[in-house]
Design a protein around this ligand. Structure first.
Ligand code: SF4
Length: 360
């Protein structure tokens, strides 16, 4: 267990929404099924008994797919966590309508949730409408992210490029959105049509789905669209690389991280007292060594650390975790850039029929 960053548990399956590219509803359906609070707490107790005391990822694709059941679980989870001195930090994935649920957000924070991964996907309303992401159209994206962070849940955002009729600059518009909302972590991919989804069926009817060798890399951040997009693949690759380069740049990332944490309420006192695991101490030591002593930007880094101690002292654990990610992002950026460019070049070597499918 020492080698893991987090442990995974699942509360519910299925999601009531109808985003046409989504394979979750394809595999798990739109009717949400959930464990009982008792079942879920028994699984947490097993982790607790094994000695786990760190992050727990609640891997539901939409934790609030059934808000009533999520609420029932949280009402049971809050006292369970309190009685054990808040042994876990939870993160999960939810739809953006969470922003309209102040009671649920408050309960999540009380239960020890401190991060949520949100399917923002794009800031272009026309693209959201074209893929049936109605829950995102029903909110103002900036206000929704602000409300969720303001409630005490750190926002991680998913971004997709390559929707039909997307206008040039979608990547930059997402960068602007992340900057405005001080969102440090953005998980961006090019759109993939997964067999069985409504998107795949439509693209197949339109004769736009390519051969399935592309399946091998589908879902990875280094894969191209596995269909003929309405924009040239090369333009999409250029935009997504630009997005990664801007958002993962060390200084910009740490600044967004610090501003995001400063905009959040202090962590409830009982939750900030958890003793760090030796692995976490080692991770912080490695950040201090690499960024704080060896890198040219070390002075800027220390300024952010000291500012953090006065701006968000209770959230320094999240700050250190973000700094570690910032280190990792530098290497990851290289592998994404290399992978995408390699695939684009490979695609240039495809037989003429395939070339025909691609706009350039
Ligand atoms: S909200 Fe998320 S899980 Fe639900 S259908 Fe849309 S993409 Fe899939």
């Amino acid at each position: 267990m020492d080698l893991y960053l987090d442990m995974a548990v699942q509360f519910s399956r299925g999601c009531p929404f109808e985003c046409d590219f989504c394979d979750i509803t394809l595999m798990l359906g739109r009717r949400v099924r959930a464990k009982t609070p008792g079942q879920f707490l028994a699984e947490l107790q097993a982790l607790y008994d094994l000695g786990w005391r760190r992050n727990v990822f609640v891997v539901d694709d939409n934790f609030i797919g059934d808000r009533q059941r999520a609420r029932q679980l949280l009402l049971a989870l809050v006292p369970w966590m309190r009685e054990r001195g808040f042994p876990f930090d939870f993160m999960t994935q939810t739809s953006l309508n969470l922003a309209k649920e102040p009671e649920l957000m408050a309960l999540m924070v009380q239960a020890g949730f401190n991060r949520v991964f949100l399917g923002v996907e794009t800031t272009d309303r026309r693209s959201l409408a074209s893929v049936g992401k109605r829950q995102n159209l029903a909110v103002d994206l900036d206000q929704a992210c602000g409300a969720i962070a303001g409630a005490g849940l750190m926002v991680m955002a998913a971004c997709i490029l390559g929707f039909d009729n997307e206008e040039a600059g979608a990547g930059q518009r997402f960068v602007d959105f992340a900057r405005r909302n001080h969102i440090p972590d953005v998980f961006a991919t090019l759109l993939h049509a997964v067999p069985g989804t409504a998107l795949y069926a439509r693209l197949s009817r339109e004769g736009r789905v390519g051969p399935m060798e592309w399946e091998k890399t589908m879902g990875s951040q280094t894969s191209l669209c596995n269909f003929t997009p309405t924009r040239p693949q090369a333009a999409l690759v250029k935009e997504i690389i630009g997005l990664f380069e801007t958002l993962y740049e060390h200084r910009a990332y740490i600044e967004r991280l610090a501003d995001h944490l400063a905009g959040m309420p202090p962590l409830p006192a009982a939750q900030s007292r958890r003793r760090p695991h030796p692995r976490e101490v080692m991770a912080v030591a490695s950040v201090v060594l690499k960024t704080g002593l060896l890198k040219p930007q070390r002075w800027r880094f220390w300024r952010q650390v000291f500012r953090g101690l006065s701006r968000f002292p209770s959230r320094m654990r999240q700050f250190w975790a973000g700094c570690l990610l910032a280190e990792h992002n530098q290497e990851y950026l290289e592998s994404i850039r290399g992978g995408l460019l390699r695939r684009l070049a490979e695609e240039g070597r495809q037989p003429p029929r395939m070339k025909q499918l691609l706009h350039d």
